[in-house]
Design a protein around this ligand. Structure first.
Ligand SMILES: Nc1ncnc2c1ncn2[C@@H]1O[C@H](COP(=O)(O)OP(=O)(O)OP(=O)(O)O)[C@@H](O)[C@H]1O
Ligand SMILES: [Mg+2]
Length: 249
C-alpha cells in the first residue's frame, strides 16, 4: 500500500507523513517514508533520524539523470524513459541512501543543493518511476510531497494507491483540496482529507470542504509546534490512531 500525502505549502504534509508512519509502525507493520519534496529537508528530523543521502546519488547524481532526460527529450524514440531498470523491493534500495530504524525507514529522492543547479524535473521523473516500480511486500509506503500540485503534473501519483490532502485553515487550502479531489478522481485514486492545525477560530473550515472525504481533524498543538521549533522528533499523538483506522481499513 502506497499513500501519497499532499497539500498546500506549510499545511502539515511532513508532520502528517511522519506521524502516520510512526502510527502504522506502532501497529507492527514496517513503513518506508519516501521524501519526494526536492526543496524541504525537515522530515528526517521529525522522524528522529539523520539526514539521508539522496537516492538520486545512487544512480549517478542529478547531472547524469539530467543528461539522460535531455537525450530522451531530443530523441525520436517515444518509448518510456527508464531510469530504474527493474521492479524492486524496499530491501533492494542501496543501504547508503536509507536511514531509519527497524520499523520506519526513510529515503529522499533528491534535493536541490546548490545555486543554479537547474530545475527539479529529474527528481520528479525519478519519484514517479521509483513509486511505480517499487513492489511492497506487506509494508506501507508514505510519500511526503512538495507543496502544491506540480507532482500531479509529473504523474508521481500514478504508482500510489491512496491520496491524502492535508488541509490547513485558509481559503487557499480549501480551493486546493477541490483541485486535488478532482485530479485524484480523474486518475481513479481514492482521495482523503486530513484537516490540520485547527482551533476554535477555524473549525468552520469543515463546512467549506467535502466532509465525506475527511478522515481526521488534528488540532493546533503546542507540542508539534515546539518540536518543529527545536528540530526534535515529533511526539506521538492519539488522534493518529483514528486517522490510520479510517485510512487503512
Ligand atoms: N497540528 C499542528 N499544530 C501545530 N503546529 C503544526 C501542526 N501541524 C503542523 N504544524 C507546524 O506547521 C509547520 C508546517 O508543518 P510541515 O512542515 O509539516 O508542513 P508541510 O506542509 O510539510 O510544509 P512544506 O510545504 O514546507 O513542506 C511546522 O512548523 C509544523 O510544526
Ligand atoms: Mg514538508
Amino acid at each position: 500500500m502506497k499513500i501519497l500525502i499532499c497539500g498546500k505549502g506549510g499545511s502539515g504534509k511532513s508532520t502528517v507523513s511522519a506521524l502516520l508512519a510512526r502510527e502504522i509502525a506502532g501497529r507492527g507493520t514496517r513503513v518506508l517514508v519516501v521524501d519526494a519534496d526536492e526543496s524541504n529537508f525537515g522530515i528526517y528530523r521529525m522522524l528522529g533520524f539523520d539526514q539521508p543521502k539522496d537516492f538520486m546519488e545512487s544512480l549517478g547524481g542529478k547531472r547524469a539523470l539530467s543528461e539522460r532526460l535531455m537525450r530522451f527529450i531530443r530523441s525520436e524514440r517515444r518509448e518510456a524513459l527508464s531510469i530504474i531498470p527493474e521492479e524492486f523491493q524496499i530491501k533492494d534500495i542501496p543501504p547508503e541512501v536509507v536511514v531509519g530504524d527497524e520499523m520506519v525507514k526513510l529515503v529522499a529522492i533528491g534535493k536541490i543543493h546548490n545555486f543554479g543547479e537547474g530545475c527539479a524535473c529529474p527528481m520528479g521523473a525519478l519519484a514517479r518511476e521509483f513509486l511505480e516500480k517499487l513492489r511492497t511486500n506487506g509494508e506501507y509506503v508514505i510519500v511526503d510531497t512538495d507543496a502544491g500540485i506540480e507532482h500531479f503534473g509529473r504523474g508521481v501519483e500514478t504508482g500510489c494507491d491512496k491520496i491524502v490532502a492535508v488541509i490547513d485553515p485558509c481559503y487557499e487550502s480549501v480551493q486546493l483540496s477541490e483541485k486535488i479531489a478532482e485530479m485524484g478522481e480523474k486518475i481513479g485514486k481514492d482521495v482523503f482529507f486530513i484537516v490540520n492545525r485547527i482551533d476554535e477560530d477555524s473549525e468552520d473550515i469543515l463546512d467549506m470542504i467535502d466532509r465525506d472525504r475527511v478522515i481526521g481533524v488534528i488540532p493546533k498543538r503546542k507540542d508539534l509546534f515546539r518540536a518543529s521549533l527545536t528540530g526534535g522528533a515529533l511526539p506521538e499523538i492519539a488522534i493518529m490512531g483514528e486517522i490510520a483506522d479510517r485510512l487503512i481499513r
